[in-house]
Design a binder for this molecule. Structure first.
Ligand SMILES: [Zn+2]
Length: 458
C-alpha cells in the first residue's frame, strides 16, 4: 500500500513519487516502510468516470479466459482418465508419435492382475504390463486398460454401451492378461473369439491393400488354402503346441502334459494352417494348439478389432505397424525353427488339397495291411481303388522334394500289370514307402491322400 505524493492522473506516463505505507510481502524486492520511491504512472487516456466500465470489461475478459483455461485443463485431464464409457475415438494416430515407451506413459491407469500377480503391488503389475504394451499408442493403451477395469457384476451398462471403449475392446482383455502371463509363465490365448480371428484375416488384406495403394508391396508367408477352415484367422500365424506320446496334440500349458520338460514359452510353434490339416487330433481337455499370446499378437488383434469397429475405413499407421510387427514375429519364429518361407510340407499339403478325389474309402481299405476288406470288393471296384491310389501317389511324388522321395526305383504308374493280388501288393509297397517318408511331418497322411467322409480318429 502506498500514498501518492505527487499526482497527475490525466496525463499518464509520468514519473510520480509515492510513499510506502505498507510494503507488499514477497516478490523478492524489499522496500522498507515509509520509504519514498519514484514510479512511472500508467498511460491514462480516459477520464475517471470511464474507469468502472473499462474495469468491468477487463474483468469480464479475465473471467472468460479463466473459464477457457479450466475447460482446456478439464479436457486435457480427461485425456488421462481410463473410462470404459468413453466413445471410441475416430483415430489413435496423433500429429506426433505418442506411443508407450516408459512407466510414466501408463499414468495411474488400472492394470489387470493376471493370475500369478493377483496380490502384486502396482509396481509389479506395471513391470509385467510395460513390455506387453510398449509401442502401442498411449490413448489406445488408456482405452485397453479402461476395458480391463470392467467388472462383470458391478460395472453399469453405460460402460458397455454400443460404440464405447468398454464394448469394443473388452474381447481383448483376456488376451492382454494372458500376454502379461506369457512374459513369465507362458499361458496361452485359447479364448479369443472366432469372429476376432475372422476380422484379423480381413484386416491383413486391408493392410496389404493400403501398402499397395502407396506403391509398396507386402509379401504374406505362404499358407495352403483350405476349403473348410477350422481356424478363421490368417494361416501364417504361429501356434504353439505340446505333444504326448501318441499323436494327440496339446496346448503347451495343458494339464495333460504332466511330464512337460520345457517351459511352455519354449514350446515349438507351427503355422496356424497345420491346425486345419484334415483330421488334426487336438486334445479334448485343452482344445489343442493355440496361437501364442505374445505382445505382437495383442497389438495385431487389437488393431484388427479397432479397424473393424470403424467399418474397415482407412488403416492408420499404428495399425499397419501392428500388422507388420506380427509378420516379423512370425518370421522370427520360422527362423528359430529353421523353416523356410515355404517348406516341402506346405508344397505337399497344397498339392494334395488342390485336387481332392471323391469318396475314397475303397482305396483306403485297399491299402490296409489286412486284405479281407479289399477282397470283398468286386473286380471293377478293386481296379478303381488301385488306380485312384496310384494317381494320388503320382501327385504326391511331384510335390515331394527329391530328398524325400522314396529311394526305390519303382515309381507308381497308372496301368499296373499282374493279377489282382499282385497289383495290390505292388501299389501297397509304393504307398507304404511314401507313408513312412511323410508320416512324421504329416501325421494325417491318409486323410490328406484320400477323402474319407465321416472318418473317426481314435
Ligand atoms: Zn491337452
Amino acid at each position: 500500500m502506498s500514498q501518492a505524493l505527487s499526482f497527475a492522473p490525466k496525463l499518464g506516463g509520468q514519473r510520480l513519487q509515492v510513499k510506502i505505507l505498507e510494503p507488499a510481502k514477497g516478490g523478492g524486492v524489499s522496500v522498507r516502510r515509509g520509504a519514498v520511491v519514484e514510479v512511472t504512472s500508467r498511460r491514462l487516456v480516459i477520464a475517471w468516470a470511464g474507469w468502472p466500465a473499462l474495469s468491468a470489461t477487463e474483468q469480464a475478459e479475465r473471467d472468460k479466459q479463466t473459464v477457457e483455461r479450466r475447460e482446456y485443463q478439464a479436457k486435457y485431464e480427461r485425456e488421462f482418465v481410463a473410462d470404459p464409457s468413453r466413445m471410441m475415438p475416430d483415430a489413435y494416430d496423433r500429429m506426433y508419435a505418442r506411443t508407450v515407451r516408459s512407466i510414466e506413459d501408463l499414468h495411474d491407469w488400472p492394470i489387470p492382475s493376471p493370475h500369478f500377480l493377483w496380490r502384486a503391488d502396482r509396481r509389479a503389475l506395471v513391470d509385467a504390463a510395460l513390455p506387453v504394451l510398449k509401442g502401442l499408442p498411449v490413448d489406445l493403451v488408456r482405452d485397453l486398460l479402461a476395458a480391463a477395469s470392467l467388472d462383470t457384476e458391478t460395472s453399469p451398462p453405460s460402460d458397455r454401451a454400443e460404440g464405447t471403449v468398454g464394448a469394443v475392446l473388452e474381447p481383448m482383455v483376456e488376451l492382454l492378461s494372458d500376454t502379461m502371463n506369457w512374459s513369465r509363465h507362458g499361458s496361452l490365448a485359447n479364448r479369443v473369439p472366432d469372429d476376432v480371428w475372422a476380422t484379423s484375416s480381413q484386416f491383413v488384406d486391408a493392410c496389404v491393400a493400403a501398402v499397395d495403394g502407396q506403391g509398396g508391396h507386402v509379401q504374406l508367408p505362404a499358407s495352403p488354402q483350405f476349403e473348410d477352415s477350422t481356424f478363421p484367422g490368417p494361416g501364417w500365424l504361429r501356434v504353439s503346441y505340446g505333444r504326448t506320446s501318441g499323436r494327440r496334440i496339446h496346448a503347451p500349458d495343458c494339464h495333460v502334459l504332466k511330464s512337460q520338460q520345457s517351459h511352455p514359452v519354449d514350446a515349438p510353434t507351427w503355422p496356424a494352417w497345420r491346425l486345419n490339416l484334415p483330421g488334426s487330433d487336438p486334445c479334448g481337455n485343452c482344445g489343442g494348439p493355440t496361437p501364442a499370446a505374445t505382445p505382437a499378437l495383442l497389438g495385431f488383434l487389437t488393431a484388427a478389432v479397432v479397424w473393424q469397429h470403424r467399418s474397415g475405413k482407412a488403416v492408420e499407421q499404428w495399425q499397419l505397424r501392428s500388422c507388420l510387427t506380427m509378420l516379423a514375429d512370425a518370421a522370427r519364429s520360422r527362423a528359430i525353427e529353421v523353416e523356410p518361407d515355404r517348406d516341402w510340407v506346405n508344397h505337399v499339403v497344397t498339392a494334395l488339397l488342390s485336387d481332392r478325389p471323391g469318396d475314397s474309402w475303397d482305396a483306403y481299405k485297399a491299402m490296409s495291411p489286412f486284405s479281407h476288406e479289399y477282397e470283398q470288393l468286386n473286380d471293377t471296384q478293386q481296379m478303381d481303388a488301385l488306380r485312384l491310389t496310384c494317381s494320388r501317389l503320382i501327385l504326391l511324388d511331384k510335390a515331394l522334394p527329391a530328398s524325400r522321395r522314396p529311394n526305390d526305383h519303382l515309381q507308381p504308374v497308372e496301368d499296373i500289370a499282374g493279377d489282382s493280388r499282385m497289383r495290390r501288393e505292388t501299389v501297397r509297397s509304393w504307398y507304404s514307402a511314401r507313408r513312412s517318408a511323410c508320416i512324421e511331418a504329416l501325421p494325417d497322411f491318409d486323410l490328406l491322400l484320400f477323402t474319407l467322409p465321416d472318418a473317426v480318429k481314435w
